[in-house]
Design a protein around this ligand. Sequence first.
Ligand SMILES: [Mn+2]
Length: 364
Amino acid sequence: MDTRRAHLKYLTQLLTLPGDGVYTVQTAKDKKEKLLFSYYKTSSALKARPHWEKSLHSLHEDKPMILGIPSDNGGGIQRGANWGPLAIREEIVELKKDYQDLGDVRVIPHLLDDRYLNEETIKNCRKALYGKNNKLPVSPLSIADLTLKKIYQKYPQAKILGLGGDHSTSFPLVTNWLNSRANKKKAAIIHFDAHTDLLDRRLGIDLCFGTWAYQILSDLPGPDHLIQIGIRSSGKTKTFWKSHLGVDQFWAKEVKEWGVEKTFDKICKKLNKMGIEEIYISFDIDALDIQFASSTGTPEPQGLNPIEAVSLIQLLAQKFEVTGADLMEVAPFVSPQGCSEIDRHSSLKVAGDLAKNLLQVLKR
Ligand SMILES: [Mn+2]
C-alpha cells in the first residue's frame, strides 16, 4: 500500500465523522445530522462518510485543521465536555470554508489512556472499534496521540485546533505539537485557565484534567515555556508554583488590575527574552468568568471577560506565530445551580467566538 493510502487508512479507522465521536443511537441525533448536512449536504452518516474520507485525502497545510476529541474521561467533577466538539462546531460551521475538519476521535467512554488497560480489555475494545484485534489504540488519549503523530508526520506545518473534551485531551495535542516543532526552544505554551492543572497526580492518576499541564513540563525545554493566564482557583500561591515548578502565571486579578495592554507587555517581555517565535494556545473555557462561561465542569467567578481573553489572543498573535491551539472544557448541556438556560446559550456563543478567534489566528 502506498503511504498516502496507508495514511488515510489510519485516519478513517481512528477517527469518525465530525461531531460523531460520542457513540449514541438517538441522543443528539438531530444535532449530528444537522452538522453533517452543513458539511456534506446529506444528513445520513452512511452517505456522508465517502465525502469525509475524500476530504481526508486532500488535506493541505495552508488551512487550519480541526480535530474533535469528545472525551471527558479525564474529568471528574461535573462531566459533559464530551459534547464540546459537536456544540462548538455548531457555532463555527458558518466558517467551514476556512478550516478542514479531520473529524472526531472515536471515544469509548470508560477508557482514558491505553497504558491503564490490561491486554484482555484492549483486545475486546479493538474488536468493538475495528472489528479485529489489530495493533491500533483504543482509549481516547491514545487514539488522539497516534492520529496527531500521523498528521504531523505527513503535514509537519499543520496548524491544528483541538476541540475538547476535558483538559486531559490537551496532552496529546500539546506534546505532538511540541515534538513536531523544528526548534522547541523557540516554542511556548500559553495556557488560559482558572486552575493550574499542575498536580503531579490526582487520586493516584497521573494523566487527567488536573495533571496534564504538569505532565507536559518534561517535554518543554524549561518550565518557563509554559505561561498560565486567568488562574484564580488554586490551593497554592503564584509564588509557590514559580518556586516549586518554575511556571510563570498571570492570575485573573492581576489581569484585571493591570489591564490587557500591560499584562500583554509583561508576557511579551518574558517570551522575547526566551527567544520565543511560535506559540500554542490552550484555552480552558473556565478561564472566563462564570457569567460568560457557566456550561463547563468547574465554573469559577472573578474570571476574565471575553473581550479581555480575545484581546490577549489577538495581541499575542500579532507578535508570535500561533501554530497550534485548543478549546477545552465546553460542556454544552451543563447548567450549574443558579444559572439559566439563557446563560447556557450565551456560554455556547462565547465558546463559538473564542473558537472563531483561535481559527483566525491560526490562519495567519
Ligand atoms: Mn483546565
